[in-house]
Design a protein around this ligand. Structure first.
Ligand code: GTP
Ligand code: IMP
Ligand code: MG
Length: 335
């Protein structure tokens, strides 16, 4: 029995979905619950060779023991995006949203794609998440329980999680966005519209911090950011392409800005989330000869040296190391 939270350490897109895909089978998790803002997130996961791009459904779809994929009451739901994903993943019967999830409507998307402050200054994802959260704060936003087409999917998410805990089942809590996109701890005003650190992920799904076993902070081997705002050590577009660090946003298709791994940011993120474990992703992008490796001993000497230098800088060990996009392309040093 365990409760694991997975959160991002930089500005999102660290590969949280892929780490969830690994942990869901390792922990034999029965419940995966999603916290965070809403469909502004995009997780790309590769399960049994098939790629899925998920904005609403938790990334635990490949879990052999999974019984429930839940979206907590703190998360915004876009019903069309949700229903489309339920169909594509064939997860009907396992996927549920809390009665109290806030609902994103076309009017919110319209503001998020036309308001000059949001579009030009902040550079939002245009998903309607910010305007919907604004309306929730004014206590005017519709909730999931008011939407007829969501009726078959409604549940009490905190109730489901606490039933799982009472049965001593393993539970995964999936964070979205990341530490420096937090409304409170991030690089304001170039942030998302809620706190998204580990404590808020707990609140989003309805548990307190005392039942958490581990907080796994996901750090990518380099740092990326979409939208505006500070990015220390930012490379030019030309240099980003030259290094092979080009990435495009899952939701916005925008080119992600890139910079080298930043130990200072990582250390602060470890504190803000009280991380107990670190997952490093995309080692294979820095060291292509190491792609797909599953054992630390098999890594190239250069990669091992890079890892031990970074571990010294941040004073924590990389428990999980991603060596490719597929769920099985990972080195697991947890024992
Ligand atoms: P947000 O909640 O939107 O922040 O997303 P995320 O953290 O789940 O990450 P996202 O899926 O947007 O981006 C990560 C990308 O890297 C995906 O395309 C993954 O398939 C890929 N990926 C994850 N881990 C690895 C890895 O170790 N190596 C390689 N090459 N790709 C990886
Ligand atoms: P919003 O959350 O759509 O309002 O966007 C605010 C800022 O957060 C923008 O810079 C977005 O690019 C960024 N952002 C929001 N969600 C994600 C995510 O899941 N991954 C990466 N960036 C995100
Ligand atoms: Mg993403």
């Amino acid at each position: 029995m365990s409760v694991d939270i997975v959160v991002g350490g930089f500005w999102g897109d660290e590969g949280k979905g892929k780490i969830i895909s690994h942990l869901v089978n390792k922990r034999q998790a029965t419940i995966v619950a999603r916290g965070g803002v809403g469909p502004n997130a995009g997780h790309t996961i590769v399960v049994d060779g098939v790629e899925y791009k998920l904005r609403m459904i938790p990334s635990g779809i490949g879990g052999k023991n999974v019984q429930k994929l839940l979206i907590g009451p703190g998360v915004l739901v876009n019903p069309d995006v949700f229903l489309d994903e339920v169909e594509k993943t064939e997860m009907k019967g396992k996927t549920f949203v809390d009665h109290q999830c806030g609902i994103i409507e076309e009017s919110h998307r319209k503001i998020d794609t036309t308001d000059p402050h949001l579009v030009k200054k902040v550079g939002t994802t245009g998903s309607g998440s910010g305007p919907a959260n604004e309306e929730r704060v004014r206590r005017k936003l519709k909730l999931a329980k008011e939407i007829p087409k969501l009726k078959p999917f409604l549940t009490d998410v905190p109730g489901e999680i606490h039933r799982g805990l009472a049965n001593k089942e393993s539970i995964l809590l999936e964070g979205t966005q990341a530490t420096y996109l937090s409304l409170f701890h991030g690089t304001y005003p170039f942030v998302t519209t809620k706190d998204v650190t580990a404590s808020s992920i707990c609140a989003d799904v309805g548990i307190g911090p005392t039942v958490v076993t581990d907080v796994t902070l996901v750090l990518k081997a380099y740092v990326t950011r979409v939208g505006e705002g500070l990015l220390p050590g930012e490379l030019t577009e030309e240099e980003t392409i030259k290094r092979g660090w080009t990435e495009y946003g899952t939701v916005t298709k925008r080119l992600r800005r890139a910079a080298p791994f930043n130990a200072e940011l990582a250390k602060r993120s470890i504190q803000l989330n009280s991380a107990t474990k670190i997952a490093l992703t995309k080692l294979d992008i820095l060291f292509p000869t190491d792609q797909g490796k599953t054992s630390f001993d098999d890594l190239s000497e250069e990669a091992k040296l890079w890892i031990s230098d970074r571990e010294k800088e941040i004073d924590m060990r990389f428990t999980f190391i991603g060596t490719g996009p597929a769920d099985i392309e990972i080195i697991d040093r947890e024992g």
